[in-house]
Design a protein around this ligand. Structure first.
Ligand code: FES
Length: 150
């Protein structure tokens, strides 16, 4: 066997000398929620749950809730996603915990972005993942409740 295989590991001749994409600046609070996300995991026997993904990037988030007396008493998320998806999902769980189901359903992605002190314009769509996860898990909860009362 010759040395031809080594060619496979050669770097292309035309390599950019620097990163050519847009540079994103996250504020300290976003970085904090990304590196130290709150309420991570999956609740056992949740009252509502959802798994959702963004087909445009392949990111995925799971969100589970526990509801007692119409109030969110526990909430957890897992995300296989970008900085924006993780930070906003973390903030969503913080904002939703302790709220009534109706109050939590009114949370918008703008509320989440504002609570985080802003998000790079290119990443604002990623904040939808957290809010959509919360709404999906609460809709699952509400459909479970109505199935029990039928
Ligand atoms: Fe996929 Fe942010 S890039 S959610």
């Amino acid at each position: 066997m010759g040395d031809e295989w080594k060619d496979l590991y050669k770097k292309p001749k035309e390599q950019p000398s620097h990163h050519e994409g847009p540079v994103l600046f996250y504020n300290d609070l976003v970085i904090d929620h990304f590196t130290n996300p709150r309420n991570v995991g999956e609740l056992k026997n949740p009252d509502g749950q959802v798994v959702l993904g963004d087909p445009s990037c392949g990111d995925q988030t799971t969100l589970t809730v526990k509801v007692e007396n119409n109030r969110i008493v526990d909430i957890k998320f897992k995300s296989n996603g970008c900085t924006g998806a993780i930070a906003t999902s973390s903030m969503v769980t913080e904002l939703a915990k302790g709220k009534t189901v109706e109050e939590a359903l009114k949370l918008t992605d703008d509320d989440v972005v504002i609570a985080l002190g802003g998000m790079p314009e290119e990443k604002k769509l990623c904040s939808l993942m957290g809010v959509a996860g919360l709404q999906g898990a609460l809709e699952d909860y509400l459909s479970n409740v109505s199935a029990q009362t039928d």
